[in-house]
Design a protein around this ligand. Structure first.
Ligand code: HEM
Length: 99
């Protein structure tokens, strides 16, 4: 048996929570797509990923886990860069002597 310390247990809980909330978002989007409520002219990235999940050709099919991983990558890539950019711009705005 592998021993898990408090941090490992907490980390597992957080991972499960993140997966859960992404799955909720995906299911909700799938519902919108299936109900035909979605505006067909607005084919965003999430819709493209979900369409690929239902692809009949296995070479192009994405698993739900692939989509969850992609969502995590986009979230962290987008969040990290934009928050850093905004905080630097704010600091430069306050400390004009730095420029
Ligand atoms: C100020 C904003 C941003 C900056 C400066 C920035 C910068 C970069 C840079 C330098 C790369 C690496 C490119 C490479 O050499 O491979 C990258 C990759 C990436 N960025 Fe951003 N990014 C920004 C915002 C975002 C946002 C908002 C998202 C998503 C919503 C995002 C998603 C990604 C992803 C998924 C990759 C990996 C692409 C790949 O390897 O195929 N980024 N970004």
């Amino acid at each position: 048996m592998i021993f898990k310390d408090k941090d490992d247990v907490e980390s597992d809980k957080m991972q499960a929570g993140i997966k859960d909330s992404i799955l909720k978002m995906l299911r909700s989007r799938e519902k919108t797509i299936n109900s035909g409520e979605e505006d067909k002219s607005m084919t965003d990235y999430l819709t493209l990923l979900l369409t690929a999940h239902h692809e009949s050709d296995d070479n192009y099919k994405l698993s739900m886990q692939d989509i969850i991983d992609d969502c995590k990558t986009f979230y962290t890539a987008g969040h990290g860069t934009v928050t850093l950019l905004l905080s630097r711009v704010t600091l430069l705005g306050i400390h004009t002597e730095w420029t």
